[in-house]
Design a protein around this ligand. Structure first.
Ligand code: NCD
Length: 306
């Protein structure tokens, strides 16, 4: 089997077989990560550039680890700050990449469509590591892989994404992927942070967190993306925590078992209280571990199949 595209720009349109194929491949890499020497020669001779126009800790380190564990040659390029004239710079950067004969590009950028743009102007395979508020496909793949590892399936599970849905690429990629994999997807948050036409995607919307908790097997809790908010969406952080924060008390009031996930970075005691983040039902660190395996799978499949 092969993935249909040479690029991973988003989960919209990726079919179930492809996602399963990435999971099966990631399972093999999970095994590599348990070995004393966590390295395979699979991408030897391939050059990958990590092009990060936006800040990142987890995703950048996770990609770099995945690339190095596949024995690729890695080049890092980070641009911080917002003074970059984005369209022009990206085009210029692209030309340079082309001249340097790079095989794959991992890009994070604040503009939706940046990864798609590169895929049109470059011969390299492009992996979207987050383009503005649009998609973050490897995050959703690792979230779903972690759910599957925990429950043995995704089909029929009730997954609720909580928080700032409006500004979240993690939410959008998870919605596309989870729907494709047969989950019952819901979102929960303040009315101002939920896009109006979300129900058209077949997603249930809760405005009451206790109701969301009662009706979910998994909560995927998101950070409030203050850096993307150009106006005031809720009165205060304290108030957000009061109405939507995932606290031990809320979780314990509910009799059914519930799994807590978060893509990171966490704002402790804002969207999630510290004891829940570190508690026994939290899969947060498992997500980080699985992130490396899932990214190895994506890099391997795109780097060797086309
Ligand atoms: C997310 C992102 O950057 O989209 N984080 C991540 O990749 N692990 C979510 C966030 O910034 O809150």
């Amino acid at each position: 089997m092969k993935l249909k595209s040479r690029h991973l720009l988003g989960l919209k349109g990726m079919d179930r077989n492809e996602i399963e194929f990435i999971f099966d491949t990631a399972l093999n890499f999970r095994e590599v990560l348990e070995r004393p020497i966590k390295k395979v020669p699979t991408l030897q001779g391939k050059t990958i550039v990590n092009l990060f126009f936006e800040s990142s800790t987890r995703t950048r380190i996770s990609f770099e680890l995945a690339e190095r564990r596949l024995s690729a040659d890695v080049v890092n390029f980070s641009v911080s700050g917002s003074s970059v004239a984005k369209g022009e710079t990206l085009k210029d950067t692209a030309r340079n990449i082309e001249a340097m004969k790079i095989d794959m590009v991992v890009i994070r950028h604040s503009s939706p469509g940046a990864a798609m743009f590169l895929s049109r102007v470059l011969k390299s395979s492009i992996i979207n590591a987050g383009d503005g508020t649009h998609e973050h496909p490897t995050q959703a793949l690792l979230d779903m892989f972690t759910i599957k590892e925990k429950f043995g399936k995704i089909d029929g599970l009730k997954v609720c994404i909580v928080g700032d849905i409006l500004h979240s690429r993690v939410a959008l990629s998870n919605i596309f992927g989870l729907k494709t994999m047969g989950a019952n997807v819901a979102v929960c948050g303040p009315r101002t942070l939920i896009p109006r036409d979300l129900e058209k995607l077949g997603v249930k919307v809760y405005y009451d967190i206790n109701q969301a908790i009662r009706n979910s097997d998994v909560l995927n809790v998101l950070r409030i993306q203050l850096e993307r908010q150009d106006r005031v969406f809720f009165p205060s952080i304290r108030e957000y925590h009061l109405y939507f924060g995932i606290t031990k008390e809320r979780i314990e009031k509910n009799n059914r078992e519930i799994i807590i996930m978060h893509p990171g970075p966490i704002n402790r005691d804002v969207e999630i209280s510290a004891d829940v983040a570190d508690g026994s039902q939290s899969l947060i660190l498992q997500q980080v571990l699985n992130g490396v395996a899932v990214r190895m799978a994506v890099l391997y499949l795109l780097g060797t199949q086309n």
